[in-house]
Every structure is written in C-alpha cells, then in structure tokens.
Write a protein that binds this ligand. Structure first.
Ligand code: DGL
Length: 277
C-alpha cells in the first residue's frame, strides 16, 4: 500500500494550490493530479452533475491504484465527498474540514465568513461539517461569482479585481467576523486583493496547506507515508488541452509544471457535458 500513488482531482487548475502544498510537505509521495478542465467551472453546475463527474474521476484514479484520494475542489467536496467515502475502498480527503479546523484555531470571535462558488455556498457543507466536527463557529457563507474568472484570466490585482472583490465583500462583512475561509481553490491567488478590501486584521485561511497536513496525518496514522529519500513524482492529467493547461498552470502557480497528458472521457467512463451556465 505504501508505495502506491495518491490521486488528487479538481475541476481544473485551482487544485494545483493543494497539489503544490502536498509536493512541499510530502516529497516522497507519487502524486497523480487530474484537472477536469473540459467541464470546468464546477461552481455553476448542479449537485447531480458534480456527483457523476466525481464518481467517474475517482473510479479512474482508483483504477490507477491510488492509496488515497484528495478532492482538491470545494465544489466537488460539497457535492460528492460523502458519496465517494461510501463508494470507494480508499480514504477520501476533502478540502472543507481542513479549512474549517484552521479557521477555528485562528478566529478569536468564532465568527467566520466562508467565500466560495455558488454550488458550495448553496450546499451548506461548511455549516454541516462544522457541526459534525463539533466546532463552535458562527458561519456566514457568501457566493462570490466572478472571483474564479479573475484568477483564470490572471487579473488578481489592480483596479478591476479590487472593484469585483469590494462589491462582493464590503457590504457583507461585520466587525465581529475576524476570519475568512477561502472556500474555493482559486481564491488564495486573490488573497492580496481580498486583504486590501477587508483589512489586514481579518485572517485569510486557505485550505491548501491544511489539506496537505490532513493527508500527512492520515499517512502517518496508517503507516503509508513514503520517505523523502524515496523521491516522489508528479503526473498531471487533464480532460482539456494539455498545452494550455500547462501554460496556465505555470502562470497560476508561478512555478514550472511537469508535462501534462490528456485523459480521454472514454477512459473516465463518462462523457463531456456542455456547461449549464
Ligand atoms: N475548484 C472550484 C472550487 O474549489 C473552483 C473552480 C470551478 O468553479 O470549477 O470550488
């Protein structure tokens, strides 16, 4: 079991923030990342669609013999984490629990704001997970349409980004909310602009590092962790255009990416689905 890879998936590029944290923290692991760029964005899709996509992607990663699965996407975690945990024979880690645990540690007032895509905000997953984890938090969840596009287009700073972030956040924050959970894998890249709008006294929590810590704890508990000396590797797959994925991924992370390969929908046992929004 130890020598097997770890499967990570997201709707596209956003989960690369989680992948990068895992590369840093778990240098001995082999990581397979699948970005479902051809069906991105997940944030505007229905729960049923996301469950179908997540099930097919998880099955294809399990076929590649992964020892555990990381759902590096808030929207897919919101829609499908429980289902994947029930249906697949490997542990499944999502990004919601780790983000909340970090927020509970950081927040002094216990009043936090979670910002995410529409599907994440509507799902109530943050409230339900906080309850399940016994975290005493008062949570306000805000959908932030437009933020993902700013990141994808590389417009994370400057007047346009400030305007979009200000319009969405300024009217909704009260003085007692001292922590914002970046409940979307793209939002860490907007961190500077968000801080400028809400003030630096408001802590921003990203689930990328926390998710990597949760994976590390799981590997230590199970005895499945590979040593740095075993020298891990990264394979990146996309349902979209691999050249474009690599180019945008490098811009997104600011570090070089290894070669990216295309995975066919037929391999996923699934089909392309036109965007619903
Ligand atoms: N990865 C998605 C999430 O974390 C954001 C991008 C999308 O909408 O697909 O919710």
């Amino acid at each position: 079991m130890r020598s097997r890879p770890i499967g990570v998936f997201d709707s596209g590029l956003g989960g690369l923030t989680v992948l990068q944290s895992m590369i840093d923290l778990l240098p001995g692991e082999d990581l397979i990342y699948l970005g479902d760029t051809a069906r991105y964005p997940y944030g505007e899709r229905s729960v049923e669609e996301l469950q179908r996509f997540a099930r097919a992607i998880a099955a294809s990663l399990v076929d590649r013999d992964v020892k555990l699965l990381v759902v590096a996407c808030n929207s897919a975690t919101a829609a499908a984490l429980d289902l994947l945990r029930e249906e697949f024979p490997v542990p499944v880690v999502g990004v919601v629990g780790p983000g909340l645990r970090a927020a509970a540690t950081v927040s002094r007032t216990g009043r936090i704001v979670v910002i995410g895509t529409r599907v994440t905000a509507r799902s109530g997953v943050y409230e339900a997970t906080a309850e399940r984890l016994g975290l005493d938090l008062t949570i306000t969840t805000l959908a932030c349409p437009g933020f993902v596009e700013l990141v994808e287009e590389g417009r994370t700073e400057g007047p346009e980004a400030l305007r979009v972030v200000r319009d969405r956040l300024e009217p909704r924050l009260s003085a007692r909310e001292d922590t914002i959970v970046l409940g979307c894998t793209h939002f860490p890249l907007l961190g500077r602009t968000i801080s400028e709008v809400v003030g630096r006294h408001v802590a921003l929590v990203s689930s990328a590092d926390e998710t990597a810590f949760e994976v590390r704890d799981l590997l230590l508990r199970t005895g499945w962790m590979r040593d740095r000396s075993e020298g891990g590797g990264v394979r990146i797959l996309t349902t979209g255009d691999p050249v474009r994925f690599r180019r945008l991924g490098q811009r997104f992370l600011g570090v070089p990416l290894p070669a990216v390969a295309r995975v066919a929908f037929s391999e996923l046992g699934d089909a392309p689905v036109p965007r619903t929004a």
